[in-house]
Design a protein around this ligand. Structure first.
Ligand SMILES: Nc1ncnc2c1ncn2[C@@H]1O[C@H](COP(=O)(O)OP(=O)(O)O)[C@@H](O)[C@H]1O
Ligand SMILES: [Mg+2]
Length: 260
């Protein structure tokens, strides 16, 4: 059982020691990683992916349930407690979406066939371009592929830690989705530039110059700010649809009051 992982400090790009004692991520926690491009966000989650033991460019160490993981956990893919999905993750099998999920569910000993449509539904809540069960996985778009793999990792995969590296398409991750994720008991880490995701996660880690600069915790005001941002998102979406349909916008959209 994975209860928690702990990240111990390494050094920044100038070899200066990072200024934190330890960062612990617990089962059921959502975490966002934010910071400028090139600041070391991918390097941070790659340290988690590799269960680094002072042997990566950052010098960080990652503990599993408070202890150094044995080599088997680090190097045996079937024992590794981590799934990482990036912009480049693809499915190569010549299978339909349904077959792809069925094979994975069978391999995991899941007998309840309802998990297949549930996984496709969850994937479809991440992406505007709906995935059909008979679509070959090889012809899914990048956004559809990432949505399917995330839903698969959540619903079918065994990995208790899911790392997502800048996988968002404009506004695909709605609050409902983050709520579903929270209930799975997994640790989910989002490297993200999306302010809604950053505000909806419980912990926010700020990276600068290769080092952890700050760890912030979500507060009540931020939760409300996230709600307002979601409302803005919805309005932008509806205006986009109106424009696509050839409508003329007749009210001043900026005059809308989001304070309520
Ligand atoms: N602490 C560090 N020490 C040395 N090199 C680092 C460190 N953190 C990041 N890097 C290097 O800096 C470059 C950019 O980091 P990356 O993680 O890709 O940034 P980001 O994902 O934020 O755009 C990479 O080559 C990475 O290996
Ligand atoms: Mg990156």
């Amino acid at each position: 059982m994975l209860r928690e992982i702990t990240i111990l400090p390494g050094t920044d790009k100038l070899n200066v020691r990072e200024n934190f004692t330890e960062i612990t991520l617990r089962a059921g926690e959502t975490v966002s990683i934010v910071g400028p491009t090139g600041s070391g966000k991918t390097a941070f989650i790659t340290d988690i992916e590799l269960l680094a033991q002072g042997d990566t460019s950052t010098g960080r160490t990652v503990l599993v349930n408070g202890t150094h993981p044995i080599d088997d956990i680090r190097y045996n893919p079937s024992l590794k407690p981590i799934a990482m999905i990036t912009q480049n993750t693809k499915c190569f099998a010549d299978l339909t979406t349904e077959e792809f999920l069925e094979i994975h569910a069978r391999a995991r000993g899941i007998t309840d066939s309802a998990v297949i449509p549930e996984t496709i539904n969850l994937a479809n809540s991440f992406t505007g371009e709906k995935i059909h069960k008979d679509t070959k996985v090889t012809i899914l778009s990048g956004g559809q592929t990432r949505s399917l793999l995330i839903a698969d990792a959540i619903m079918i995969g065994a990995a208790p830690i899911i790392l997502l590296d800048e996988i968002e398409n404009a506004g695909i991750f709605k609050q409902e989705v983050i709520d579903i994720i929270k209930d799975t008991g997994k640790i989910i880490v989002f490297v993200t530039h999306d302010p809604v995701i950053a505000l909806l996660t419980k912990k926010r880690i700020i990276i600068e110059n290769g080092a952890v600069k700050k760890v912030l915790y979500q507060n009540e005001v931020e939760i409300r700010a996230a709600q307002n941002l979601l409302e803005i998102d919805r309005r932008v979406g509806s205006i986009r649809e109106q424009l696509r349909a050839g409508d003329v916008i007749t009210n001043d959209v900026l005059a809308v009051n989001f304070a309520s």
